[in-house]
Ligand binder design. Structure first.
Ligand SMILES: Cc1cc2nc3c(=O)[nH]c(=O)nc-3n(C[C@H](O)[C@H](O)[C@H](O)COP(=O)(O)OP(=O)(O)OC[C@H]3O[C@@H](n4cnc5c(N)ncnc54)[C@H](O)[C@@H]3O)c2cc1C
Length: 500
């Protein structure tokens, strides 16, 4: 391991999942880390809200690759189980269509293939081959993409890269996800089910490269997980670990500027004054980081102006009934998926028959809802904010969702709704500074946008590092955690060369 300059000081801007992870990694390298967070709480999008006796995870609800969290505790020499626990879900998701078709995907690949064959008339062997085949593709891509900076020449010259080049034809870089799924499956519902994974990084399956068809690998071959205590347990555990490692938190402290001297980050400016640091890490979205915190630095305009990933309208509904037909994760599909994505990405609008995702953590965490009640987290994909009339769109969407779910379940759900809170793209932007309220930074609607995001370090601004959903390798909890690993590796490498 490279020996670091002990006790160099680092300011991390933002206590999102990426900010917490890099703080832990650098504290493990004996760096003195302080986090400046504009909110009164850690976690950013991964936070929690309470309303009239119901608790809701505010943002992420699907937990994959839990070992990436465990790794942070192991790095610190701690037992992750003393901070945080989780279980693998036996049922991944329940899917519902308007014509009465429904289907559960399950933790066993064989059981899922059997269910898809039975309910959608697909060939069981084809599904099995597709799902198991994701393993190989995932290994090639994750070696190259998740663990390394694509902006370093050494990455492109590595053995892993060579393996990637040899397999390019299989990776689907130059075809579209929807096209690829259509070539594999005969029932449009199967295509829709697998197209849905494009939304896991806020993209459009009709435009995103077929390479992203590997996303279901995470759920089917590695597993969909649920943390004890709900998703907020991830934030709480990482926050506690950071505190235990001596990381200092400054809440309610927005950073107004990154101080630059001779193309080098030398500290930060907050309302309380200027503070010198040897290094700075931004966990804030790249757009406000450049436009507000680095106003005197030339910004990479093409990256900042790229199409944003989808945002969402989220209804947090307290329901005073137990819905036995629903599980922890549920999808009520639109009858016209292509038009839905057309509306979101081309018309920057919401479709009149939206796909509805409902997450119910109280199925497993009884304390998340009063007795005989459930906490529904209802997410509808929406365009990033470009000045749409959100009040009107939220109102319209609420009626459409209540109608759609009632129609498919076969009875009205309206009378069970007893508590409500709402999040929309403007509120997401306000709470986390994510440009347009996009959930995953830029959209991955072409090869360049998917794989060439903002780097985790730019030699043009020395001692400034970048982590989180808007930079390489991308949004979503696993990728934000990977961004922190790559940035910490670059930090270590730079520290070594500075010493020489
Ligand atoms: C509704 C919703 C559903 C989602 N579902 C999933 C899911 O199921 N699975 C999944 O993996 N991912 C999901 N995501 C995406 C996931 O939440 C994000 O990719 C991830 O949490 C982003 O983490 P981050 O490190 O980029 O920081 P963020 O969570 O964006 O936090 C950034 C932090 O920086 C702070 N900050 C910004 N600017 C400043 C400043 N100038 N000074 C001080 N502080 C500042 C903000 O206040 C914030 O706390 C979802 C997101 C949302 C909103």
């Amino acid at each position: 391991m490279i020996k670091m300059n002990e006790n160099a000081s680092v300011a991390v801007i933002g206590a999102g999942i990426g900010g917490l992870a890099i703080a832990i990694r650098l504290a493990c390298q004996n760096q003195k880390v302080e986090i400046f967070e504009k909110n009164a709480f850690p976690g950013g999008k991964l936070s929690s809200i309470e309303k009239e006796g119901f608790r809701f995870d505010a943002g992420p609800s699907l937990f994959t690759l839990p070992t990436l969290i465990d790794e942070l505790f192991e790095l610190a020499g701690k037992n992750p189980r003393e901070y945080f626990n989780y279980q693998r879900l036996p049922e991944i998701c329940k899917y519902f269509w308007e014509d009465g078709t429904h289907l559960s995907t399950l933790s066993s690949v064989e059981d899922t293939a059997r269910a898809i064959a039975k309910e959608l008339g697909e060939d069981e062997g084809t599904i099995l081959k597709f799902l198991l085949g994701l393993n190989k593709k995932y290994n090639i891509i994750s070696d190259l993409f998740l663990g390394s900076s694509l902006h370093e020449m050494s990455t492109w010259m590595s053995k892993k890269a060579l393996k990637g080049y040899l397999n390019i034809p299989q990776l689907g870089l130059f075809s579209k996800m929807h096209q690829y799924h259509t070539s594999l499956f005969k029932n449009p519902k199967t295509v829709q089910l697998f197209d849905r994974y494009a939304t896991y990084n806020g993209s459009n399956p009709y435009q995103t490269p077929a390479t992203l068809s590997i996303i279901p690998h995470l759920e089917y071959n590695i597993g969909a997980y649920f943390p004890s205590g709900g998703m907020i347990a991830i934030t709480n555990a990482l926050y506690q670990l950071a505190l235990d490692l001596g990381v200092v938190f400054h809440f309610n402290t927005g950073v107004e500027r990154i101080l630059i001297n001779e193309s080098t980050a030398v500290g930060i400016c907050t309302a309380k004054g200027d503070f010198h640091f040897d290094n700075v890490v931004s966990n804030s979205d790249i757009r406000p980081t450049y436009l507000q915190l680095l106003a005197d630095v030339e910004a990479p305009k093409r990256l900042l102006n790229q199409e944003k990933s989808s945002s969402g309208i989220i209804f947090y509904w307290g329901m005073n009934k137990i819905f036995d037909e629903l599980g922890v994760h549920n999808i009520f599909f639109s009858d016209n998926y292509q038009s839905e994505f057309e509306a979101i990405f081309n018309q920057k609008n919401l479709f009149n028959d939206p796909t509805v995702y409902i997450h119910i953590s109280s199925k497993l965490e009884k304390n998340d809802a009063p007795e005989n009640s459930e906490n529904w987290f209802v997410l509808i994909n929406a365009p990033a904010n470009e000045g749409q009339n959100w009040e009107e769109l939220v109102h319209l969407t609420k009626e459409r969702v209540l109608d759609k779910v009632s129609r498919i379940l076969g009875y009205s759900i309206r009378e069970f709704l007893i508590a409500e809170d709402i999040l929309d793209p403007i509120k997401i932007e306000h709470r986390t500074s994510s440009s347009g309220g996009a959930l995953y930074g830029n959209a991955s609607n072409n090869q360049f946008a998917a794989f060439l995001r903002h780097p985790n370090y730019r030699p043009a601004i020395k001692n400034l590092y970048w982590v989180g959903g808007s930079v390489h390798p991308g949004g979503g909890i696993p990728l934000c955690l990977s961004s922190a690993k790559i940035a910490a590796d670059l930090y270590q490498k730079n520290a070594y060369f500075r010493k020489k």
